[in-house]
Structures are given as C-alpha cells and as structure tokens.
Design a protein. Structure first.
Length: 361
C-alpha cells in the first residue's frame, strides 16, 4: 500500500538512499534488516495538516512511515549509521548510509523538520488559546440590553423560556407587586393620618392649654398610631428583604445565561471535531480496498511459492535417482574394466606363448 495516496497533498522535500533497519521487538537491542538492499528514504510535507513524515517503500511494502514530532531526536551512532525512536510506531528505526556526508545531510534535514514541526505546534496552540480567550471574553461581555431582556423580560418571554420555575417566580413577583402597591397605598394612608394626627396634636396642644384633663386620652391615641407605624416599618423591611432576594435571583439568571453561552461554544468546537473525524472516516473504505488487493496478491504469491517448492522437491528426487543410477553405472563399469583387464592379461600371456612357440619353430 502506498503511504502517499493520490488524494493527499503531501510533497517530497528531501530524498536519499539508505539501508533500513528496525530494532528487534523481543530483545530491544539487535537490529533487524527491513530491506535487502538500499532503498529510497524521503521526507514528506503535508500542507493540509502542516505535518512532516519520513517514508520509505521497498517494492509494495511500506518499511518506514514515521511522523516527525518536536520530541524526536536523530542520533548518529557511527560515521555512517543513525537512528531515531518513534513512540507511535513503538519501534526504533536505523539507517545505514553509503557515506558520512549523506548521513550528515539527513541529520541536518531531520533537525530542520523537527524545528518546523515544533513551530507549527506552537502556532496551533496560540490559535487555540486565542480562540478560547475570545470565546470567554465574548461570553463575559454581554450587552446591558441583552442582560435586561434576559432578566427583566416580558411575561410572554418568561413563560416561553422558563417552565414551571419561571411560572412560580412570576406568580411570586405578581404577589410582591400587589404587596408593594398595597404598602404604597398604606403608606400614603398613614401619611395622611399622620398629618391628621399632627393637626390633631396641634389642636390637642391648644386644647391642652384649655383642658389638661384630656391629655391621657390623646396619649393613648398617639401610642396606637406609633404601634401601627412600627408595624408598617417592619412590613417595609420585609419587602426590602424580598426585593434583595429578587435581585439575587436575577444575578443567578445572568450567571446561567453566561454559562449557557460557554456551553454553546464548546458544542460548536465538538461539532467541528466530529466533522473532522467524519472526513477521516471517508478515507477508511479506500484503504480497506487497497488492503484487500494486497492480501489477494500475497495469497497468489504464496500459491506460486508452494508450486515452486513442489517443483524443487520433484527435481531433488530426480537428482537423487540420477545420482543412484550413476553410482550403479560406475559400479558396473568398474566390474567391466576388471573383467577387461583380466582378458587383456590372458591375451598378453597368449601372445607371449605364441611368440615363444614361433621362436622354437
């Protein structure tokens, strides 16, 4: 599977060749070759995500797919070998270069890409903090007209947004308004009566001069008026306490409105994250299709491998049989040569006998 699909906007920014190794997952000490020969190793830049990756492909196999983060470090362990750890891939990659100069260039590019990734991360955090501060300030700075409408809105607005609690609050407010109206009426009434009392007191003073006998009667009336006045004062204090409670309730409503705005902002952020996840989910079917294609190719290769193994076993059997036949032929040839040597010796003896016989004749 190609690590850089056609729909990606990743572009290569640096390319070299090296032998690729990975750390042995069991021992975490020994290096395991990931490629049989030197392969292409490239840095890729994704402009959409503002990220960097190191990618290497050996045929149809992806042997390196490592995203560079600001926490990574490339270490030169010898003149021609370097390594870095990738926590996401849970492994350590090693590269063997043909020359020290190529290793130095790769290390310099790694440091450059690492700094760029760090700068991109800092910029992203600054944007997030700026956006967060802006949303918090917009949540705090509620115009006075909005506050007034949310706290001192009309009865229809309260009825449509409040529910049972707002209806109860409305009922209590109506009662308080009636009590305040009655209190104002009583205050005016008592003010009138006090004025009357003052006039009566003036007349009583005049009458006191005329008659000292009626002073006790007017003292009693004055005491009664004073008691009623004290009662009115206590009622006014109770009404003031109720007004304070209403003001506290208004403040709580304002706090709830600010909290609601903050929750709406968080909801919008979550919706953006969900949309991003949906876009990433659309890529999965294509990747699955490519995986199935590679799996089919792997199965075909395994089948061909089995056929070749069967042919090798057949050839080995034929070779063994040929060796056995050669051994038998060598044995028969040796026996034939031994017999031939015997015949040659007999012919030689026979020739010597004929020669001797000829000499005698």
């Amino acid at each position: 599977i190609s690590p850089v699909p056609p729909y990606s906007r990743e572009q290569p920014i640096f390319t070299t060749r090296a032998h690729v190794f990975q750390i042995d997952p069991s021992t975490k000490k020994n290096w395991v070759p990931a490629s049989k020969q030197a392969v292409t190793v490239s840095y890729f830049y994704d402009s959409t995500r503002n990220s960097y990756r190191i990618i290497s492909v050996d045929g149809a196999k992806v042997i390196i797919n490592s995203t560079i983060t600001p926490n990574m470090t490339f270490t030169k362990t010898s003149q021609k070998f370097g390594q870095w750890a990738d926590s996401r891939a849970n492994t350590v990659f090693g590269l063997g270069f043909p020359s020290e100069q190529q290793l130095t260039k790769f290390a310099e590019k790694f440091q450059e890409v690492k700094e760029a990734a760090k700068l991109a991360r800092d910029r992203s955090q600054e944007k997030i903090e700026t956006s967060s501060n802006h949303s918090q300030e917009s949540g705090r700075e509620t115009p006075s007209s909005t506050r007034a409408s949310s706290v001192n809105g009309t009865d229809d607005e309260k009825a449509s947004h409040g529910g049972p609690a707002e209806a109860h609050l409305k009922s209590e407010n109506d009662k308080l308004k009636i009590a305040l109206a009655q209190s104002s009426s009583n205050v005016k009434k008592w003010e009138t009566e006090l004025q009357t009392l003052r006039e009566s007191n003036a007349r009583l003073t005049t009458a006191l001069q005329e008659s000292a006998a009626s002073i006790e009667h007017w003292k009693k009336q004055f005491s009664a008026c004073k008691e009623e006045n004290d009662q009115l004062r206590s009622k006014i204090e109770e009404l003031e306490e109720q007004c304070n409670e209403i003001n506290k309730e208004k403040e709580r409503n304002a706090q709830l409105s600010r909290r609601l705005q903050e929750l709406e902002t968080e909801l919008q952020d979550k919706e953006l994250e969900l949309e991003e996840l949906r876009k990433q989910g659309e890529i999965i079917p294509q990747l699955m299709s490519e995986c199935e294609s590679v799996s089919q190719q792997l199965q075909d290769a395994e089948k061909k491998n089995k056929d070749l193994e069967e042919k090798v076993r057949t050839l080995r059997t034929e070779v063994e049989e040929s060796k056995h036949r050669q051994t038998n032929l060598k044995t028969e040839l040796k026996n034939f040569l031994d017999v031939l040597d015997g015949k040659i010796d007999e012919l030689h003896d026979f020739r010597q006998g004929l020669s001797k016989l000829g000499a005698d004749n």
